[in-house]
Design a protein around this ligand. Sequence first.
Ligand SMILES: NC(=O)c1ccc[n+]([C@@H]2O[C@H](COP(=O)([O-])OP(=O)(O)OC[C@H]3O[C@@H](n4cnc5c(N)ncnc54)[C@H](OP(=O)(O)O)[C@@H]3O)[C@@H](O)[C@H]2O)c1
Length: 302
Amino acid sequence: MKVFLTGGTGAIGRHLVPKLVEAGHEVSALARSPEKADGLQRQGATPVQVSLFDAEALAAAFAGHDAVINLATAIPSTARYAFRRAWRANDRIRTEGSTAVAEAARSAGVGRLIQESVVFLYPDRGDEWIDETVEPDVFPILEANLVAERNTREFGEQHGAGVVLRFGLFYGPGSSHSDEMLSFARKRFGVQLGRPGAYQPAIHLEDAASAVVAALDVPSGTYNVCDDEPLTAREFTDAIAAAVGRRPWLRGPGRLTSLGGRNTAALTRSQRVSNRRFRQTASWSPRYPDARAGWAAVVAAG
Ligand SMILES: NC(=O)c1ccc[n+]([C@@H]2O[C@H](COP(=O)([O-])OP(=O)(O)OC[C@H]3O[C@@H](n4cnc5c(N)ncnc54)[C@H](OP(=O)(O)O)[C@@H]3O)[C@@H](O)[C@H]2O)c1
């Protein structure tokens, strides 16, 4: 397939480009600077300099491609996460950007649009499993995701295949938040968000990338992409601690995370999210069934 990728230089993108190339796809990818273009080229992709917000220029860039994968994001750093204004760039990418991408894919006659989203949209369901039939909650920092999802669904209804992938919390090499957690764990501080028993859906970046490759071959729909067994917040912290071989002396911010109000609610809810629909539909299963296995692999890889 000829695939056009945005966000190819980001956390998943860097894992995804080599996998797409290895699977025999021809990859073009949006590059925002000459340095990023060089990196993409070294991975076997053709870099294309085009604005994510210019539907006409995007349509020209998408012409001749079978699929467009939109992984562009701008998530604030952990320190700025609770500030609403820190989300503006991401909001613009998920609203204006996703609208331009979907419009361009339509006018270029692309057959498939794959859009990144997040499982953090779901409400708190305690110990109950959550699948794609559970209605997302609406809260400020994630509202823009719903626009991106809607654009993709409309594309699927009116044009080709529209696939929304709701990812769990990324961890692994290249995820800045997970690098921070690892560095704290080495200093015996366990980053634990929310109450200890709240489930936190996660996904190793390698598995997130292999899921995107598998999504080139699934029917239109919304799919949760997380590992098989979400751990609780406490278990997740313990998994990192076990991987680095250091028991935490301190854990936090725990329940205090809720002081960020609706802006941090996405990280403190209990979301025991099931990947069953995607596992059954796609020829995909995560290499790391839970974060214990995944974190051990991250640390072993150095
Ligand atoms: N589900 C999750 O848990 C989740 C989801 C997303 C991010 N994160 C975390 O958040 C950290 C920072 O995230 P991030 O959002 O910066 O994601 P990222 O995945 O590291 O990078 C985002 C991608 O989008 C591109 N991009 C950003 N703004 C753009 C724009 N205006 N036009 C076109 N492309 C644009 C970036 O290009 P450039 O390389 O040119 O900047 C990059 O390729 C990540 O390391 C990861 O740990 C977690």
